[in-house]
Design a protein around this ligand. Sequence first.
Ligand code: HEC
Ligand code: HEC
Length: 434
Amino acid sequence: MRVARTVAWAIAPLAALAQPSLAEGLSPVEQLGKSLFFDGNLSANGVQSCSFCHDPGQGFTSAHGQFNAAGAVVEGAVPGRFGNRKPPSAAYASFSPVLSHIIDDGDVTFVGGDFLDGRATGGKLGMPIADQAQGPFLNPAEMAMPAAACVVWRVMHPKDPAAYPVTLAQVWGKDVAGVAFPEGLEASCADPDAKIDIPEGEMADGIDAAFDRIALSIAAYEKSAEVNRFSSRYDKWTRGEGKLSDEELAGLELFKAEDKGNCAACHVLGPNTQGGPAVFTDWTFDNLGVPRNRDNPYYTQAANKEGKDWVDPGLGGYLKTDPVFAPYAEANMARQQVPTLRNLTLRTGADMPKAYMHNGYFKTLEGVVHFYNTRDVLPACADPAASEAEALAANCWPAPEYAATMNKDELGNLKLTAKEEAELVAFLRTLDDE
Ligand code: HEC
Ligand code: HEC
């Protein structure tokens, strides 16, 4: 059953989106969340579901080869509109704790939240993964719905009722029973730029409550065992159910060793926040000095007032918006959240390109590992906008996108041999769910 569905996605993604089958092993709220996750009608163009940018067959990242191979940002539901980051994995993101900060010896370390800059803090709905789920629907560069009311209306009036074997009303009962909508709302919902103002009061409260339940349902699906499978060859090996090759085991040792790869310093191997197997992140933030991706479409977007000079502000950009945290913004500029390393090479087809890091600069794991190993050793590329392939060919690295906060202690000159780099890559490949 699972195998059959994966194949269907690979061949005809849009057809599959419209009809999630009642999956085995999902609770009613998880099934509702799954229907929502695959519902293209919850976007301005009627086809951009969450799965459009987070495809299960691609490790819950983008399966759009033309974007992955270049700027790595996926076009939103409104043609020509792009955000500024690559879609990270939606799987395993639910393990991130509520954003908090730890003060140790005068140093302040931020931990948790979802999105690469942690701005889905979990402060609204109690968990980052639920706060996150409200963002894409209303983001003009993503699903581009004009108002939460439109999302709620469409969820309560599904275009394809068969795609909702479990409805919002069935799961949430009286919490959503009294929802009312303004006259003529439906017609305005087709226009992403429509101004839809619902005055404070009972109607607005009802819609907000339903929008919260929609996010909580998606979160339930993203927390389910169907999304977070822990079924990789690595997991089987840790359970004593399968073997890893000598090369893969050597890679694991390098991954752990502080005087070798040192990867586990950030991509931790211990139990996750729920006590289960590793998800390979400590949910902190770092600036690795990744070069700019010259093909990032955001450089030429009207919404970007800085044009070519734009630098991804990462965590610092979010902290700036909070009066309590603003004093820490500068020190956290360009720091991105440590991502999971699960499903790095899952793809919907043998030729489907992948993109790594916040801006998708890297297309290969070989390039990523070589960068960790030699960032501070190789000369700066003559062309500061060199692509990964060009840099590898010329044996150089372009300057970092943002240098001031770059981590110089834990990476950059690992002194690994070519064989050791290959062993690390071999280990990373054992982390794909089956
Ligand atoms: C147009 C592409 C696109 C669509 C559609 C989209 N996302 Fe995303 N998603 C992204 C990008 C880009 C990011 C990273 C954004 C950032 O960090 O600012 C992201 C981040 C996330 C994350 C956080 C991952 C992490 O490691 O912090 C989750 C979870 C997620 N999306 C789930 C969803 C859900 C649920 C929906 C539907 C309601 C959705 N996405 C729709 C592109 C998309
Ligand atoms: C100091 C913390 C730290 C260390 C040490 C570290 N990483 Fe990372 N890793 C990160 C952060 C932060 C990112 C995301 C950076 C970005 O998007 O700009 C990342 C991203 C990655 C990615 C890209 C994942 C994706 O989905 O885009 C891979 C692969 C990776 N790391 C592998 C490794 C390996 C292998 C090692 C050891 C050689 C390592 N990391 C060591 C913090 C670290």
